[in-house]
Design a binder for this molecule. Structure first.
Ligand code: PLP
Length: 395
């Protein structure tokens, strides 16, 4: 290296050092896009799959692999595959279900809006059909499944913004009965509160942008698969569609999940206190919170007891868009923002954000009125959160 020109030294000096003998306590960030080997023979072995190792960033990355391994472990999957966003992850899970012309996906009717659009606009363009059902009415769901013979059932552990908890085990039974696969979007519940694969799902999907990252500073998604045989499809989407998780985001999310349990303990407790406090408030018509559901046994079976999630939805007594805007605009601590699952308390108005694309009639059919506001409860002191909401309600 000493004999080379300064320009060349600047490019190569210090690079490609041996890995340290000591094992790093936390996973390093490996931004390298490509890997070299001692010889072409070694490289040939790796490329042919005879020696497991890294080749190129779109095929796999050690930092991303650490996150994948962690989440597969926590949710008892055979393996996990990470992507650039929650939507990319859901796309991969749907692809793994081998959808083709006239395949039917039977989706929960209060699914996240972009998930509907993914089914109708992207998969729909290839002839995949979407049908919807109320997944909280199991008899109707079974009837519909028998009728439309879906290839996939697509559910969310906790629905948005009505916060209904899905009976995943019952949905898995229906899926088996009709020969369908079950995908559960577990974003709202997190791997701390729910393990969908243990309840019979084939795939658990997360927007890691939410609770997993937890700090509103990373975008990512992950699919955890129950069966090893789904690996080629999920890895294939990663390699060939190419929506891979960036190594920097993987590091943020890997760091995020280390405090997921601590954050969720606090956030769930805060949500419970908040829901209880506002349940009899004169300005509030209704508080939606899974802990108030009459299906206590189901909540216990799906979510880690004694928790009921960290989201609370309120419907204002003056159930209008003007009242909702006035309330949200008056907040001083809680943040007006879409998204959820962050350490900050985030407040969103569903009718003009996540469900904006729906017609007023469709929103009304779903029970999403103009005075409905969703609160993703953060880790702040609960007294401060309550005081802020109180002052905004009287504004
Ligand atoms: N699933 C749910 C339940 C969501 O709320 C979201 C985003 O809000 C997504 C998936 C999509 O995640 P991302 O924004 O990371 O693509």
């Amino acid at each position: 290296m000493k004999d080379l020109a300064t320009t060349t030294q600047l490019v190569h000096a210090g690079e490609r050092r041996d890995a340290p003998v000591g094992v790093p306590v936390s996973t390093p960030i490996y931004p390298s896009a490509t890997y070299t080997y001692v010889s072409m023979a070694e490289m040939d072995k790796v490329f042919s799959g005879d020696a497991p190792d890294y080749i190129y960033s779109r095929y796999g990355n050690p930092t991303v692999a650490a996150l994948q391994e962690a989440l597969a472990t926590v949710e008892n999957g055979s393996f996990a595959c990470a992507y650039a966003s929650g939507m990319a992850a859901l796309h991969a899970a749907l692809f793994a279900c081998e959808l083709s012309l006239n395949s039917v996906v039977l989706a929960s009717r209060d699914l996240y809006g972009a998930s509907f659009d993914l089914l109708t606009k992207i998969f729909g363009a290839f002839g995949v059909k979407m049908q919807t059902a109320d997944f909280s009415d199991l008899d109707a769901l079974r009837q519909k499944a028998l009728e439309v013979k879906p290839r996939v059932l697509l559910a969310e552990t906790i629905s948005n913004p009505l916060l209904k908890v899905c009976d995943i085990a019952a949905c898995a039974e229906i899926a088996r009965e009709v020969g369908a696969r079950l995908i559960v979007d577990n974003t709202f519940a997190t791997p701390y509160l729910c393990h969908p694969l243990d309840l019979g799902a084939d795939f658990s999907v997360h927007s890691a942008t939410k609770y997993l990252g937890g700090h509103a500073d990373a975008t990512g998604g992950i699919v955890i698969a129950k069966e090893e045989f789904d690996r080629p499809a999920l890895v294939g989407v990663m390699k060939l569609v190419g929506g891979v998780l960036s190594v920097w985001e993987a590091h943020q999310i890997l760091r995020g999940i280390k405090t997921l349990g601590l954050r969720l303990e606090r956030q769930c407790q805060n949500a419970k206190t908040l829901a209880g406090h506002f349940s009899t408030h004169p300005q509030i018509k209704k508080v939606l919170y899974p802990g108030f559901s009459d299906k206590a046994n189901l909540i216990k079976q799906v979510l880690r007891p004694p928790h009921a999630g960290a989201l609370v939805t309120i419907i204002l007594k003056d159930d209008t868009r003007e009242a909702a805007f006035r309330f949200v605009d008056a907040l001083k601590l809680c943040i007006r923002a879409t998204s959820l699952g962050d350490i900050f308390t985030l407040v969103s108005h569903s009718a003009t954000s996540s469900h904006r694309e729906l017609s007023p009639k469709k929103r009304a059919d779903l029970g999403i009125s103009d005075g409905l506001v969703r609160i993703s409860v953060g880790i702040e002191d609960i007294e401060d959160i309550i005081a802020d909401i109180e002052q905004a309600l009287s504004a």
